[in-house]
Ligand binder design. Sequence first.
Ligand code: SF4
Length: 384
Amino acid sequence: MNIERNPTREVRIGHICIGNGHPIAVQSMTATKTQNIDATVQQINALHAAGADIIRIAVDSRREAEALAEIVTQTSATLSIDLQENYRLAEVVAPLVHKLRYNPGHLYHHERERPWQEKVRYLADVATEHDCAMRVGVNCGSIDPARASEYPADDSISPMLDSALEHCRFLDEIGFERYCVSLKDSDPQKVIEVNRRFAEARPEIPLHLGVTEAGMPPDGVIKTRIAFEQLISRGIGDTIRVSLTVPNDRKQEEIAAGRGILADVAAGRVRSVVNFGLDTLNIISCPSCSRVENEAFVELAADVKEMTAYAKDHAITIAVMGCRVNGPGETDDADLGLWCAPNYVNLKKGPESLGQWSYDEILPRLKAELDALIASRAQETAAS
Ligand code: SF4
């Protein structure tokens, strides 16, 4: 298949270039605790050996930044740092890595009185000083509240787009062009729509594609494939990440899945006519990362999938999230949602919190809620 790629500008990330027709780079992210230097080095090098072009690591504290200083001495991989709330760590980590990712939806947590423009200018200055690229990483589970408040609750695409476009305008205004953008949702159809509209508005800006919280294989790969096939075959996308909920020793599957989808699209082997998840049970789960509140998360996600299999023919979405960063936001849109805390799991029904249960008690609790939901829907159908 001859794909005409969008004329995006070139962005160098260490010795990797994306955009401007360069091969689509395949990424992944560590799910080990960043402070666990040996485990994180082992995962980075395993991903690197599996063909990862860029590897992202979460850093939220000075102690994690100190661990990073040791980690980078033990790998030659191209590294990106995921900054969420604590953007001030940029000046500590930038000298050690090749790229910084910030989330416009989490910039307001620290120094609330300070305008986001000042924080982004600081990030751009630090990136320039330390030869780093940047990613403006917008995520459906943490949209900038200022933008979200301007649209109806059921429209997540418009505020995501607005948030990304205003950050691009500001970065261009201050003369920083070495950045790419991502617009991620857990619904592949929304990923297609929001990236298509962004590429229409700013075709020159490289895009990092991903279906966030895609879940466990094979479902997570299928959901991601639906979005990537539709976008990449249109020439949209310069780097990709397949977010899979897998145990740490299987993280390389993200790279194999990404390379597999790229090879299929290039060969014209596209399959995205699959109607996925909208009228059957849909499990959304995050790929985990250093922020995961409890190592039992990946096992919990797998147990939820197994326990709920009896409800496969019901159009119900269940979200299972590893921590408070995207947990509360992402579970708002699900019919039933779990997001992890260190010693208990929060259970939600849409935006409504139902309470907290221990990791041992949560599954039967979830089953009770699922059964009640199925029963109430059956009554509604019978009454209609
Ligand atoms: S929800 Fe939390 S644990 Fe899961 S990937 Fe996002 S930040 Fe990491």
